[in-house]
Design a protein around this ligand. Sequence first.
Ligand code: MRU
Length: 350
Amino acid sequence: MHDDFTTIAWTPQGTIRLIDQTRLPLEEVYLECGTVDEVAHAIRTLQVRGAPAIGIAAAMGLALGARTIRETDHAAFCAALEQVGDQLIRTRPTAVNLAWAIRRMLGVARQSRELPVADLKARLTAEAEAMREEDIRINRAIGGHGQALVPNPARILTHCNAGGLATAGYGTAIGVIRAAAEAGKRIKIWVDETRPLLQGARLTAWELTKAGIPATLITDNMAGHFMQRGEVDLVVVGADRIARNGDAANKIGTYSVAVLARAHGIPFYVAAPISTLDLSLSSGKEIPIEERAQTEVTEIGGRRLAPVGMRAANPAFDVTPASYLDAIITERGIARAPYDESLPRLSGEA
Ligand code: MRU
């Protein structure tokens, strides 16, 4: 089963083509980014969003930026490239894939001392493309491992969008769902709408409909009701950053779903690539949480809901403590508690 859309890709002209996620599901519009500023803007405004997708976008953005650097000396070129990387890393703080992708690209640049700078620029474009293609393979592997945890039949609840749109394709949590469907399992998905920006209602609903996977949209506050009635068999969500102890940051509202799942004895799984692990953080308390504009809460789709002057809080992510997770599904296999042993082992650190 292939996605029938392309989240992000190089154009033949060497620019970046992105599906504009702020316009979905009403319009399927693609935009073209030819400069680092345009890529940074697309990430900041969520035209491209989801941890792996913003990592790939940043890598491609860095390759774009590299082409405009005039320095021909290798060290001076790398110094200029680091500045471009800093600009891209500053766009969004929570998903660690962004910094991971920039680090990998800068590593390639630093190690390619023997290449003339002109060739190094082409090498960086190729590296970003390799990361994009690799991400799809990774998600298929996550799907393969994760679908083994899905009973047949199954009613699966997911929060936010961890699908093809949030990655280079196929998805992480939705990758598990796609793989279960491909394995012939009879599945039905509960889609949390995911206020404030409605990634569930707009994006997950769009993807699942396109894929022909039966799905029902619910508002976030309905999850407990359906769990209490025995209508949810498991929960699978993505992640933006996972600390060494397994604490996982994901879209705001994920923690509430995890607590509800535990209260009802429902398995709760996080599906994420190894690049989402941040083993330098001992716990989720150290994960920076992005605070976004108050208008995302006081308005919906640009239409004001709350009284003028009303303050609103808008943390974009929350942290689910590892004790609420039944497993973390990665491309290298399934990690279980104690995560401070299983995650370093899977990441190849140990
Ligand atoms: O603010 P967003 O839309 O970028 O948040 C996205 C999420 O929280 C996803 O669940 C997460 O990045 C995992 S995507 C495979």
